[in-house]
Design a binder for this molecule. Structure first.
Ligand code: FES
Ligand code: FES
Length: 166
């Protein structure tokens, strides 16, 4: 038995090391938010975080990640929740299939670059393929999430009477 921690929950599994992480997440653990697309690290729809870094789960053997912390779209952090809210506000999704991977990649980008430029966003998110062409709205949503996170991190400036007095 080996241990895999997914979204903070430890799972004991008896599996060959070469089984793709995506299969383990979907078939063994039953979390189906992470999708299968190309199976060849080309489309990004299977993106999860491994110890905070984005990884293509379809080409990551589970043997490489025993004992590491896996986060899927179901186990999002504050950043990814802010991204999800921004996605809704900007009405990003069309068919929706690519969107869990887009959100996981956007969350990883915002963790590294809290104020990404258009170029930063395009460089990361263009590697996640969207057949519906939602890239313009993805860009707007990433900027919105960055603004929301920055505002949430800035404490309200107290007035002499206190923050509530206006
Ligand atoms: S299914 Fe993993 S990159 Fe396409
Ligand atoms: S929203 Fe349809 S593939 Fe991206």
């Amino acid at each position: 038995m080996k241990k895999l921690t997914v979204n903070g929950v430890e799972h004991e599994l008896e599996l060959p090391d070469d089984v793709p992480l995506l299969w383990v997440i979907r078939e063994e653990i039953g979390l189906t938010g992470t999708k299968f697309g190309c199976g060849a690290a080309l489309c990004g729809v299977c993106t999860v975080h491994v110890d905070g870094e984005p990884k293509r789960a379809c080409v990551t053997p589970v043997g490489d990640v025993w004992g590491l912390a896996i986060t899927t779209i179901e186990g999002v952090s504050d950043i990814a929740l802010a991204v999800q809210r921004a996605w809704i506000e900007e009405n990003v999704a069309q068919c929706g299939y690519c969107q869990p991977g887009q959100i996981m990649s956007a969350a990883a980008l915002l963790k590294k670059r809290p104020k990404p430029t258009d170029e930063d966003i395009d460089a990361v998110l263009s590697a996640n393929l969207c057949r519906c062409g939602t890239y313009q709205r993805i860009r707007m949503a990433v900027h919105r999430a960055a603004r929301d996170l920055a505002n949430a991190a800035t404490p309200e400036t107290p007035t002499p009477e206190g923050p509530a007095a206006r």
